[in-house]
Design a binder for this molecule. Structure first.
Ligand code: F6R
Length: 624
């Protein structure tokens, strides 16, 4: 779960690599490094513990101001026309300079950056050590550098392919050699890797955001293929045969501005605000009867009519969107839905029916556990669909059909706009399913479609209405040691999502409970002044939730109600965060997530924490 970039072209590459790495920081940021090749065949490597700013500082401290040349003695880092870079989220080996990438072989001829995990690295390390390799780090990546060097006899492509055949695990790497000033080689196995083709050179990276400012023209790389990059372009060689692969380039519709903060203090603030647009994009053209929702697969009406079960597999925030989706699908389409934490599901020998529809929800499309759960279901004959935000991600390659959320790049580690977009995608799916199965008559389906159309506007109003009051609330609550979130019905997963957001970016203990469970234990947590945030939106069980609120209030809790019925006297002494009203209770609960996202954002900002890069977390979790 790291970010890699490689460039070969007509421009000095150091700044190109550094800027690319800054755009990949969301993938991990505990250490970083670059290796660049000078025309005379000298490779310069600079590595630093910390994020890209730390790497920049390390480079600045080694490059004499105004100096054209560089100090080879201390590996200062050159500015040649070819280089590779890496930003790390540690999996093997501590966070240290020695473990930071790039890694090289004993003779310093071959440098490599790697994302992912090489499972047989210990065995390979032992073999290579026996043959004289001198290891300087604890990483699996260094093994790959030595292995490629071991096979290298002037043909970098052949050496990389040879090494690839010996590696087990899932990974992507880019490799350069001191005597190959015109060529970079990259390969992948179940980890993201994409080639970008610019006028001035070629890129390879874990994500398009790394090179989007240079080009929107990309070439997908499949597992086992070899990407050979030169200044004038890139070619792909097939897995196994090594024959040239003819593949058309794709032009992306993501612009660079979308990947930058655009005037906001944090990506998170920007992304919370972007939810209206994101949801509008998700729903665009998908609310009419008879639209094909999933790319790659047409769900036949006959199939949908007899559908026995939908099983959702996901992790974290995507799991929470799945829980909201269960309400939508069961209520509108009357199909039983199971929602599974992917990491649990995949290892518990689940019973998988042939006729069930398995829906993997994953923003990144790269989450190892979600992919594992999808593979398990596919292997047992289920139809597997994916809801994802990332084109070309692994989930899109493995699923029978894909529903893209089209929310745009989400940079901040905490998911916000992808959560609401996932719920919107699930609502479009539930609507289509309800129509196909006849559980929604045309009138009701039309009314729900109209409410969904209105959802983006309501999301925008919710951000506008709640931002300032929630900022004040965050200030008032920022010293609290424990936060409790309560919800019922579709408000329960929203409460869970609110607690997750608060935990991950403020590091404050926050627990969410189905309010009906309070009396079965959690109410013991409530002490005088404990903040209790309640999703008290209109729903069939709102009255019951108000009773639960009264119970914690009676025990001295400080109750904050997120509600569309601010004037309701039944709210008692609760502090109220008012949100706009929509008719459907399921969609109503979704609006309540916005002030909860804002609460986490404002509190983390006020506490001076790194909102977009919370400690210990990475945006894309490609390891179990
Ligand atoms: C929380 C968050 C994570 C992800 C989880 C799954 O804000 O971002 O909990 O939701 O790691 O990621 P995806 O959706 O990419 O599979």
């Amino acid at each position: 779960m790291c970010g890699i970039i490689g460039y070969v072209g007509g421009r000095p590459c150091r700044e190109i690599l550094l800027r690319g790495l800054e755009r990949l920081e969301y993938r991990g940021y505990d250490s970083a490094g670059i290796s660049t090749l000078d025309p005379d065949g000298t490779i310069h490597a600079v590595r630093a513990v910390g994020n890209i700013a730390a790497l920049r500082a390390a480079i600045a401290s080694r490059v004499p101001v105004g100096a054209a040349g560089l100090d080879d003695e201390d590996h200062a880092g050159g500015d040649g026309l070819l280089g590779i870079g890496h930003t790390r989220w540690a999996t093997h080996g501590r966070v240290s300079q020695a473990n930071a990438h790039p890694h090289s072989d004993t003779t310093d001829r071959v440098h490599i950056v790697l994302n992912g995990i090489v499972e047989n690295h210990l065995e390979l390390r032992a073999q290579l050590t026996a043959e004289g390799a001198d290891f300087t780090s604890e990483t699996d990546a260094e093994v790959v550098a030595h292995l490629i060097a071991h096979h290298y006899e002037g043909d970098l492509v052949a050496a990389a392919r040879h090494a690839y055949d010996q590696l087990e695990g899932h990974y992507a790497f880019a490799v350069m050699a001191a005597d190959q000033p015109e060529q970079l080689v990259a390969m992948r196995k179940e980890c993201p890797l994409i080639v970008g083709l610019a006028d001035h050179g070629s890129f390879v990276a874990s994500s398009v955001s790394a090179f989007l400012e240079h080009t929107d023209r990309v070439l997908e790389v499949q597992d086992g293929e070899t990407a050979v990059l030169t200044r004038s372009g890139a070619r792909l060689l097939a897995a196994g045969s090594g024959r040239p692969v003819i593949r058309r380039t794709t032009t992306l519709d993501w612009d660079l501005e979308a990947a930058e903060k655009g005037g906001y203090d944090t990506f998170l603030a920007k992304e919370i605000d972007e939810q209206a647009d994101a949801v509008a994009q998700t729903l665009a053209g998908r609310l009419d009867a008879d639209v094909a929702l999933f790319d790659g697969l047409t769900l036949e009406h006959e199939h949908l009519q007899v559908l026995q079960r939908v099983r959702i597999v996901a992790c974290g925030t995507s799991y929470h969107s799945g829980l909201v989706g269960r309400h939508l699908i069961e209520s509108w389409a009357r199909v039983p839905v199971e929602v599974e934490i992917a990491s649990e599901y995949r290892y518990r020998e689940p019973v998988i029916e042939h006729d069930e529809l398995v829906l993997g929800i994953t923003q990144s499309g790269e989450t190892a556990d979600t992919l594992g759960a999808m593979r398990l279901a596919a292997g047992r004959g289920a139809t597997v669909l994916a809801i994802t935000n990332v084109m070309g991600s692994q989930a899109t390659r493995e699923a029978d059909g894909v529903l893209f959320t089209r929310a745009g790049i989400e940079i901040s580690v905490a998911a916000t706009k992808t959560f609401t977009s996932q719920v919107a995608a699930l609502a479009a799916f539930a609507l289509a399913l309800g129509r196909a199965r006849g559980t929604l008559d045309p009138e009701r389906a039309g009314a729900l479609a109209a409410q969904l159309q209105h959802l983006p506007q309501l999301l925008a109003q919710t951000v506008a209405a709640t931002d300032a009051p929630v900022r004040e609330l965050a200030r008032a609550l920022s010293d609290e040691p424990l936060f409790v979130f309560l919800g019922r019905h579709a408000g329960n997963p929203v409460a869970m999502e609110g607690a997750l957001k608060l935990k991950e970016i403020t590091y404050r203990p926050a627990e969410a409970f189905a309010a009906g469970e309070l009396k079965h234990g959690p109410i013991a947590l409530i002490a005088p002044g404990t903040p209790v945030l309640c999703v008290a939106t209109s729903s069939p069980v709102r009255g019951k939730l108000l009773t639960n609120m009264a119970e914690v209030q009676a025990r001295g809790a400080r109750v904050i109600a997120i509600t569309d019925e601010a004037g309701d006297p039944a709210l008692g002494d609760a502090e109220v965060v008012a949100i706009p009203r929509t008719d459907d209770p399921l969609l109503q609960s979704l609006l309540a997530v916005v002030p909860l996202q804002l609460l986490a954002h404002h509190m983390a900002s006020q506490l001076g924490l790194n909102v977009d890069q919370p400690r210990n977390l990475a945006k894309t979790v490609t390891v179990e």
